[in-house]
Design a protein around this ligand. Structure first.
Ligand SMILES: [Zn+2]
Length: 259
């Protein structure tokens, strides 16, 4: 029986070992979005596929569709994003990004916006000037974590969850810089008056709102020069985590409805 060979480019998000020498890759592909591909005997030293595909590689891949699995038949590494593996700080961020993608993307579905965002984010993160090795200049570390937030919020935006940052999400009045709150449930920033009825809203500093606006403008140039104080970064982290968990819960509910 002749199989059709499918060829595309893909970015490797995950790998899981199977049996003695097999490996399953979770790949975000240009043509089909998230796919799982089985690489038979790839952990054997003689495997021709070994050098072409690995964690955080952008590879050209070829596979055949079997009854249960897609089976990898060829892989050529186009970009290995080497610095992500050599720098622990970068590796952790790359790993978190792939977790986000894995948590939200459950089906095969082509999405060029997500594809472009993945390639852009990993190219930024891979740049040698972004993070020094451990023990280096700590202000530069902040920058690499900003790339994580750059990815995360723009990813939410591609899913249709860009938060409102210019007007109160509840009463639609223009925001004044003081006493602002972020409400994940209401999809953005809310004013002090509205925050009284929203117990779960979190206080947000106007500087954090500015950082988010830069992120949504996709202004990676300004972002790379930005110095953010630890207290503001903590606030950005809290609000990002809160929104992430809220969207994840909503997404799970949605998946259940669809089933
Ligand atoms: Zn309001």
């Amino acid at each position: 029986m002749a199989f059709i060979h499918y060829r595309t480019q893909g970015f490797v998000l995950k790998k899981t070992d199977r049996f003695e020498a097999d490996r399953i890759f979770t790949i975000f592909t240009f043509d089909w979005g998230r796919v799982k591909v089985l690489a038979r005997a790839i952990r054997k030293i003689t495997s021709k596929l070994r050098s072409g595909i690995d964690f955080f590689y952008l590879s050209e891949i070829e596979f055949i569709q079997g009854k249960t699995y897609k089976t990898l038949t060829d892989a050529i590494a186009l970009e290995k994003f080497k610095n992500l593996k050599e720098d622990l700080g970068k590796f952790k961020i790359a790993f978190e990004i792939s977790e986000v993608l894995d948590n939200f993307l459950k089906f095969e579905e082509k999405d060029e916006n997500i594809w472009n965002l993945i390639i852009e984010t990993f190219t930024l993160l891979n740049r040698p000037e972004v993070t020094p090795r451990q023990g280096g200049d700590l202000t530069k570390y902040t920058r690499s974590s900003l790339i994580y937030y750059y990815f995360l919020w723009n990813f939410f935006s591609t899913l249709g969850y860009q938060p409102e940052l210019y007007q109160c999400s509840l009463c639609w009045k223009k925001l004044k810089p003081d006493n602002l709150y972020f409400s994940s449930k209401d999809g953005g920033v809310i004013c002090q008056a509205c925050s009284k009825s929203e117990k779960e809203a979190k206080k947000i500093n106007s500087s954090v709102i500015k950082v988010l606006r830069i992120i949504f403008k996709k202004d990676s140039q300004t972002l790379s020069k930005l110095k953010i104080e630890p207290v503001l970064e903590k606030s950005l982290k809290d609000i990002s985590e809160n929104y992430y968990l809220y969207l994840l819960r909503e997404n799970l509910k949605f998946d259940k409805i669809k089933v």
